[in-house]
Design a protein around this ligand. Structure first.
Ligand SMILES: *Cc1c(COP(=O)(O)O)cnc(C)c1O
Length: 374
């Protein structure tokens, strides 16, 4: 069995340090908004190269509170993609705004930046580019459109911590960058967690208030906020893990390169295309293949933990039925949803395992083709 992700292998390398950090918190008596969260926020700002970060409960809350801080709500439209995790559009819905979907570029699976302009209306307030699978979006084009139309940009970096576009970290281009520390992310906690990055002091202050019941001073409440604080235990764990993120991302990239090599002579396996001048961090290694559903089933039977991210595009989900964006509206999104499959990818994955994954995938595709020919 080769899993898509094996968190236990990572724990084996850092477990002792994590356990000490957690025990220190347990003994300290300070569990919420204490010294670890404060230090982690500073260490994250230093790592990302932004002025401020604010630790939160989840990546979903990072997106939600970023929208709130920009005063985006009922009657407003936010441009994003349907080829992402539901949390991206859920955050838009939570504030009462409406998602407007733009199709993806089938090479990168990210928003087709050249199609954004056509989706802008007088109600458009923001763009949420999603750096899916750890691949940066085309930020030059996105920022140019945003500037010309006076739109906010909130980058969904939940799958892309440490990814760079032309040498600059994703999350530092727009008004906000949003991160998730869900355990399976490249930098994962041992529970839920999230964070916003920003260079604006005013926006930082607004999120600091919103995460803690709408007030910067205790028991002084200026607006309706939420309870969304990153806790001390998660912060302490994340501080230990942050020291390794560069090395882990580099290991993911090396494994992506190895897969590319293994599939080099297989026209049936379309390997990921990186935009030039980007540093992709391969949260997922996702390929496009024929007979995807059948091959996926065969892989599972043969002990390969491949996954489909995501099996149904967001415009065709029941939750978005009210938008009236029917089948056929987003051709690349819909086609790629039926072709993508994500293969085992984590820093501790061995070369031997990668060879097994590649050989098994190629064999399953061949078998699915001969079955189809009968
Ligand atoms: C994980 C993820 C989120 C949400 O993060 P949570 O911490 O699980 O709330 C949002 N967007 C994308 C693209 C994600 O992958």
């Amino acid at each position: 069995m080769i899993p898509i992700l094996d968190s236990k292998r990572q724990y084996a390398t850092i477990g002792a340090e994590v356990e000490k950090a957690v025990c220190d918190v347990l003994r300290s008596g300070s569990y919420i908004l204490g010294p670890n969260t404060k230090a982690f926020e500073q260490e994250m700002a230093d790592f990302i190269g932004c002025k401020y970060t604010v630790g939160l409960n989840s990546g979903t809350d990072a997106l939600h509170l970023a929208l709130r801080a920009l005063n985006i709500g009922a009657g407003d439209e936010v441009i994003t993609v349907a080829f992402t995790f539901v949390a991206t559009t859920e955050a838009i819905g939570i504030v009462g705004a409406k998602p407007v979907f733009v199709d993806i570029d089938p090479d990168t699976f990210n928003i087709d930046a050249s199609k954004i302009e056509a989706a802008i209306t007088p109600r458009t307030k923001a763009i949420i580019p999603v750096h899916l699978y750890g691949q940066p979006c085309d930020m030059d084009v996105i920022m140019d459109v945003a500037k010309r139309h006076n739109l906010h940009v909130i980058e969904d970096c939940c799958q892309a911590i440490g990814a760079k576009y032309k040498g600059q970290m994703v999350g530092t281009f727009g008004d906000f960058g949003c991160l998730s520390f869900y355990p399976t992310k490249n930098l994962g906690g041992m529970g839920d967690g999230g964070l916003i990055m920003t260079n604006s002091e005013a926006l930082r202050d607004r999120v600091v208030a919103l995460r803690n019941h709408g007030g910067a001073i205790r028991y002084h409440h200026d607006e309706i906020g939420v309870n969304s604080r990153l806790d001390e235990i998660q912060s302490a764990i994340l501080r230990v893990k942050l020291k390794h993120i560069d090395e882990w991302n580099a290991a993911r990239r090396a494994r992506a390169e190895k897969y590319n090599e293994l599939f080099e002579n297989c026209p049936d396996v379309q390997t990921p295309v990186e935009l030039p001048n980007t540093y992709c961090v391969y949260h997922q290694y996702t390929v496009k293949i024929p007979n995807r559903d059948e091959v996926h089933k065969m892989l599972q039977e043969r002990g390969i933990g491949a996954m489909l991210y995501y099996p149904i595009p967001l415009h065709l989900q029941k939750v978005h039925e009210y938008l009236g964006v029917g089948k056929g509206s987003l051709p690349h999104t819909e086609k790629d949803t039926e072709m993508v499959i994500s293969l085992p990818m984590f820093p501790e994955l061995t070369e031997e395992e990668q060879v097994t994954v590649a050989e098994t995938l190629i064999d399953c595709i061949e078998k699915s083709k001969s079955a189809a020919a009968v």
